[in-house]
Design a protein around this ligand. Structure first.
Ligand code: NAD
Ligand code: UDP
Length: 317
């Protein structure tokens, strides 16, 4: 198949592109390089089935494809709050343009939605039926409400135009190729631990998250895209839940670092607890994560170690 991956030079996108190429597909990786990097696709550039396109999804584009994975959007709070108007434009106009394309060429389209549509959840763990608790005027709303609007657009194109849509509600995912300056918790903690800087725990570190390793997530995305039953959004994430303090301690343990923990103010509207109910994904896709946090963290620590050495921020091994 010819498959378009928007956000293809990003963290999740580049792993997905690699997976689809390995399956023998032709892949169009589209990106504006805001948070993604050409480096993430460097090892694939000799593959004749890969085409890399510099494009911003806020503008329409004409392509001929059979499937579209719409991942284009900064995912880290640090980056999506940098230019919030652009974030909401990317989510709404980008999704609208990709849906228009899907409608025209009769492609199936998968939207990368997020656990953030549940906001600061009052239901725990979160099932797909839960409507969420989002502050629609807060500093996270450019992302949360942008993604909620994207879901609404997907459902309306499905009902009104018969477009085949899939919606993945992705929970915190981590692994190699996260950017060093990404700002999300796992990359921050690992880089801080490896370089001996203080580990920045926000609040008291009692908030929880559930961390899914990248290979598990990519497998879930591809299964969801190719599942012929559509029942609405599907949570994809690892249901093992940790406090941020536990994550900090685990990172110190696995890196053998002597960095200190420091406590900084909790960002506004930071969700207190988050954990997916993945019953739907298990039933429809026969999918569940297989990589334990320790293994995934070890892989990610190895990646950041190499990267920091290449950049001269750590001495050569
Ligand atoms: P990322 O920031 O590494 O990747 C996003 C990619 O989209 C980058 O390559 C960026 O340059 C590109 N992009 C941003 N705006 C664009 C635009 N207007 N036009 C074209 N390209 C644009 O983040 P990621 O973690 O790989 O996230 C990928 C997708 O998955 C995002 O849609 C994100 O919201 C979603 N998601 C990720 C997580 C997670 O934990 N990683 C959780 C929930 C949802
Ligand atoms: N966090 C932290 N220190 C950091 C970065 C993040 O304590 O250096 C916390 C953050 O406040 C949140 C959790 O870790 O409670 C996950 O943050 P992240 O930005 O990775 O993703 P989110 O789930 O909030 O979108």
């Amino acid at each position: 198949m010819r498959i378009l991956v928007t956000g293809g030079a990003g963290f999740i996108g580049s792993h997905l592109v690699e997976y689809l190429l390995a399956q023998g597909h032709e892949v169009l990786a589209l990106d504006n390089y805001f948070t993604g990097s050409k480096d993430n696709l460097l090892h694939l550039r000799e593959n004749p089935r890969l085409e890399i396109i510099r494009h911003d999804v806020v503008n329409p584009i004409m392509l001929e494809v059979e499937q579209i994975y719409n991942l284009a959007c900064p995912a880290s709070p640090l980056h999506y709050q940098y230019n919030p108007v652009k974030t909401i434009k990317t989510n709404i106009m980008g999704t609208l343009h990709m849906l228009g394309l899907a409608k025209r060429v009769k492609a199936r389209i998968l939207q990368a939605s997020t656990s953030e549509v549940y906001g600061d959840p009052t239901v725990h763990p979160q099932t797909e039926e839960y409507w969420g608790n989002v502050n629609c005027i807060g500093i996270r709303s450019c992302y949360d409400e942008g993604k909620r609007a994207a879901e609404a657009l997907m459902m309306d194109y499905h009902r009104q135009n018969g477009v085949q849509v899939r919606i993945a509600r992705i929970f915190n995912t981590y692994g190699p190729r996260m950017a060093i300056n990404d700002g999300r918790v796992i990359s921050n903690f690992i880089v801080q631990a490896l370089t001996g800087e203080d580990i920045t725990v926000y609040g008291q570190g009692q908030q929880t998250r559930s961390f899914c390793y990248i290979s598990d997530l990519v497998e879930g995305l591809v299964r969801l895209m190719n599942c012929d039953i559509f029942e609405g959004p599907v949570n994809l994430g690892n249901p093992e839940e940790y406090t941020i303090l536990e994550l900090a301690q685990k990172t110190l343990e696995l890196t053998g670092s002597s960095s200190r923990l420091i406590f900084q103010p909790l960002p506004q509207d930071d969700p207190k607890q988050r954990c997916p109910d993945i019953s739907r994904a298990k039933r429809l896709l026969n999918w569940q994560p297989t990589v334990p946090l320790t293994t995934g963290l070890q892989e990610t620590i190895h990646y950041f170690g190499e990267k920091l050495r290449q950049l001269g921020k750590l001495p050569a091994a």
